[in-house]
Each structure stands twice: as C-alpha cells, then as structure tokens.
Design a protein around this ligand. Structure first.
Ligand SMILES: Nc1ncnc2c1ncn2[C@@H]1O[C@H](COP(=O)(O)OP(=O)(O)OP(=O)(O)O)[C@@H](O)[C@H]1O
Ligand SMILES: [Mg+2]
Length: 313
C-alpha cells in the first residue's frame, strides 16, 4: 500500500466518526491508470453530510463520467477504511458501516431471476439494511423496466431514504431521469449535481466536472452515433425524440412515437388497423348488390342512395 501510495501520489485521509465525507480532487484509482496519455483524468470534489447533502442526484449525458464518480467515491472510502492512502488531493472520511452498491446489470437468469428482478432484489436489500452510517451508491436504478414504472420506483426510493430516519444513509444516485431533479425542490437534504458538457457546433465535449445543478439532456443519440449505429437509425431516432419532446400525446395519453415529422396527419384522420379489418356499411351494401338483376335506372338510384349514406354519416 505504501508503494502504491507513493507511486500514484495518494494522500493520507483523515478519519473520524462524524457524519461527513469530504473529498477534494478525488480520482478513480483504476480509470486514471487506463486513460491514454493525452487524456488527463479530471479530478472531482465530493461533499456528503447527513444533515445537509444526504442525497446527491447526479444527472449528465451518457459517457460523461457519472458511474466513474460513484465508484471512485466508494473506492476512496473503502481504501481509507482498510488503512490505505487515497487517490485524492485531500480526504476527510466519516467512517461508514457498509457500502451498498446497485451498479450495472448483473443477470442471474440461470437461477430464475430476470435483469429487473436482480435490480429490485439489490434495491430491496439496500433499503432493508442501510443505516444512517452507510454509504449507498445507486447507478441508474429503475432502468430495467418501463420509463414510468422505473421513474416511480426511483422517486419512491429517494423519498424513502430521505424521510426514513433508520435508513437515512449518505447516497449518490446517478440517473437519466431528469424528473428526479425535482426532488431537490421538495426536500432539504436532496441536492442536484450534474456532469458538465460543452456543446460545440454539432458535437459535445465532455468536461467531466461535477457541478451543482440538474441536466435534462442525455445526448444519448449523439453517443449512439459515435458508436457507429447506421445513419438511418440515428436520423429516425432524432425524429422520434423530437415527437417525444414536443410532448405529443394522443388523446389516450400514449406518445405518438410512430408519427413522422413530415406529413403529420391528425390522429383522428388516420385509419387504424381495425378500421381496415371491419368493412363499412357502404361496402357491405355494395357487396350485396347483384349487378345482373339491376336495371340502369335502379343502378343510378342505388348509387345516389350510397352516396347520400356516405355524406350524411
Ligand atoms: N473524471 C474523469 N476524467 C477523465 N475521464 C473520465 C472521467 N470520468 C470518466 N471518464 C471516462 O469516461 C468514460 C465514461 O464514463 P462513465 O462510464 O462514468 O460515464 P456515465 O456518465 O456513467 O455514462 P452512462 O450514462 O452511459 O452510464 C470512462 O470509461 C472514462 O474513460
Ligand atoms: Mg454510467
């Protein structure tokens, strides 16, 4: 440990039994080693305190460094408590009794548990066992199910951790649900943080700096494009996103995802699949007519009758 600390410029943390964790210029001990030489690791501060900043809601684009920030906090606390120096400029660690994590999807399909089930089992374990002395790292809880279900669960978990004295642990919660930033308006010990980015012409620069505030853009499509998804998919995704963000809900409150930007016919004029399946009254009548039995004058009268049916109904 002394060797590692010396080589990697770790510092000696101050430990006490207080309720505060304060890290200045913290680094992730592994990620900082893996970055290419021309890409420096960006240091970040962290202040958690039960009576003030108990829960940090961290929003920010994909690839911005949220997960790294969470894990680095957990690792620094762990290193401090096993007697090591830590990768930071300065660290004051109020000793924790446990570090709970809910990070990434770990499937357990062979044992009859789905991705989402595992996620919920882990969340349940945390909520049933955490204490005010614990540190909880929640990385995107709720992503394994539908947006509304997931968001509701994430919201309720945050409230539970905030309100319930027995489990009011220091918590870092990274999320793409920007709706969760509203929690900070309601509750005194929930604070919003975001990972800064800079939009530059048509691309995004990841600054990887954690700062106070919320963020409501995930730049997910931009990251998908960087990853090499076909241009057609990217373009279509942008269209669907545009519809979603315009909050275009159909009368029964279902987003009109399928709508294309050009030729936006009103929903009521659109023939649904069921309309096609069920023939109209006029179509039924037409089917019944025996052309061989019809005189020209009867045909004309029938035509008039059908036309009237269409225009009146
Ligand atoms: N502080 C940092 N300094 C430099 N590079 C970083 C830093 N934090 C993260 N990175 C780089 O960015 C990559 C993505 O980070 P990370 O996985 O934490 O993003 P994320 O915000 O959790 O993304 P997602 O929303 O997709 O989960 C890391 O693999 C690492 O290479
Ligand atoms: Mg992440």
């Amino acid at each position: 440990m002394a060797n590692v600390a010396e080589r990697n410029h770790y510092v000696r943390p101050v430990l006490d039994e207080g309720e505060r964790i304060e890290i200045k210029k913290g680094r992730h001990p592994v990620v900082e080693k893996l970055l290419p030489p021309d890409q420096p690791f960006i240091e970040n501060d962290l202040t958690l305190c039960n009576s003030d900043t108990q829960i940090m809601i961290i929003t920010g684009p994909n690839m911005s460094g949220k997960s790294t920030y969470l894990r680095q906090a957990g690792l620094i606390v762990l290193l401090a408590q096993i007697g090591s120096y830590v990768p930071a400029g300065k660290a004051h660690i109020g000793i924790v009794d446990r570090i709970f994590t809910r990070v990434g999807a770990s499937d357990n399909l062979a044992f009859g548990e789905s991705t989402f089930m595992v996620e919920m089992l882990e969340a349940a374990n945390i909520l049933n066992n955490a204490t005010p002395q614990s540190l909880i790292l929640l990385d995107e809880v709720g992503r394994g199910t539908s947006t509304f279900d997931g968001l509701s669960i994430a919201w309720a978990i945050s409230e539970y951790l905030h309100h319930n004295k027995k489990v009011a642990a220091k918590t870092l919660f990274a999320t793409h649900y920007h709706e969760l930033t509203e929690l900070a308006l309601l509750y005194p010990r929930i604070k919003n943080f975001r990972v800064a980015v800079q939009e530059y012409q048509d691309h995004v620069v990841f600054l990887r700096k954690i700062e106070p505030g919320g963020m409501d853009n995930s730049y997910g499509i931009y990251v998908a494009q960087m990853a090499g998804l076909p241009g057609q998919v990217i373009e279509r995704a942008r269209e669907v996103l545009f519809n979603l963000e315009a909050n275009e809900l159909s009368p029964n409150k279902v987003p009109r995802l399928a709508k294309r930007r050009a030729g936006s016919r009103a929903d009521t004029n659109q023939l649904s699949i069921f309309d096609f399946a069920k023939p109209s009254e006029v179509e039924e009548e037409l089917k019944k007519i025996d052309l061989n039995q019809l005189t020209p004058i009867e045909a004309l009268l029938k035509l008039k009758e059908l036309k009237e049916k269409l225009t009146s109904g």
